[in-house]
Design a protein around this ligand. Structure first.
Ligand code: AMP
Length: 299
């Protein structure tokens, strides 16, 4: 089965303490789609401007990402710029230019509307609703978000939570949403807002799932050096959804392993700028790191 992914398709200009790279292929949907593509077919919903480099379209194609839902409109592609501190867990946004995203109002191709697995990657909650409204009885819907939407679109986000199976957010966003410092207490409150599965990401410390079968602590793959963590969260949830879309059996019996695959895919994302590393990875390299994680966490 395929995964439908909507989110930002962007040009990212990223500055780390060691290097600076302008106009990389980025966006929440790009990272999630490439990650998911290692496991299942992907249908992308997004918009880019006529300045979007052809070689980036070719990268999507190389990952066999279905682009029937990617609009190319006259105007500028969404451009985001961020700068990391020496401690790469800290990042500040330098610039967000919406460009063609400002008026984006997608109508999904008929083949997209039947997708069973839907990932509403980070983008305005109104747009996440708009896409979900066009879906016919999806099996598993997961959304991601960011602090910006908690600040400026909370009512839309709260409405969205009621429609989700799963919600993925990082620890500071969980604190912002629930006012709870303790992640387990925060997850309990988030369940009450709708989603049956809540995943809180903790950056290089992994992630925690709270679901019908209890908690699962998912480790991050131990990396000795991080080049650029942009898109790691999107790669995590994209990898997990791609895995779930092809795994046999119930969500409950697969979601833990799905998180491990997501975690490993995210580790590759951190090893290069933008999507530079992820787009060169082979499935066998992902499987090898999953085996290593299995060994590391067995006791
Ligand atoms: P992450 O590192 O997981 O937070 O994701 C970073 C990605 O989010 C970058 O590729 C950006 O293009 C994208 N991004 C940044 N700001 C926004 C925004 N306001 N809406 C949608 N995507 C964004």
């Amino acid at each position: 089965m395929s995964v439908l992914i909507v989110g930002s398709t962007a040009l990212d200009s990223i500055k780390t303490p060691k290097a600076e790279n302008p106009r990389l292929l980025g966006g929440s949907a790009s990272h999630a789609a490439v990650a998911a593509s290692f496991f299942s077919p992907v249908k992308l919903v997004g918009v880019v401007g006529d300045d979007f480099p052809k070689r980036y379209l070719e990268l999507y194609n190389r990952h066999k990402i279905d682009l029937a839902g990617l609009q190319i409109l006259p105007g500028k592609t969404f451009h985001w710029s961020g700068e990391y501190e020496v401690n790469m867990n800290n990042r500040r946004t330098l610039l967000t230019e919406l460009g063609v995203f400002e008026t984006f109002n997608p109508t999904l191709p008929a083949a997209y509307q039947k997708s069973q697995f839907v990932l509403l990657a980070n983008i305005a909650p109104a747009l996440q609703h708009h896409v979900l409204n066009q879906m016919r009885r999806p099996k598993f819907v997961v959304a991601d978000t960011m602090d910006l939407w908690l600040n400026i679109a909370l009512p839309d986000l709260l409405k969205l939570l009621k429609r989700l199976d799963g919600f993925v957010l990082n620890d500071s966003e969980a604190h912002q949403l629930t006012k709870e410092d303790n992640v387990f207490a925060a997850m309990k409150k988030i369940h009450k807002l709708g989603p049956k599965y809540v995943i809180i990401k903790k950056g290089s410390h992994g992630s925690i799932l709270s679901g019908p079968k209890g908690f699962f602590i998912c480790p991050a793959y131990p990396l000795h050096s991080v080049v650029d963590p942009t898109g790691a969260g999107d790669s995590f949830v994209g990898g997990m959804m791609g895995y779930l879309a092809t795994a046999r059996g119930s969500i409950d019996s697969n979601i833990r392993r799905g998180m491990i695959y997501g975690s490993v895919t995210a580790s590759f994302c951190c090893e290069g700028f933008g999507l530079n590393r992820t787009t060169k990875v082979k499935r066998s390299q992902i499987d090898a790191r999953v085996k290593e994680l299995e060994k590391l966490t067995r006791f």
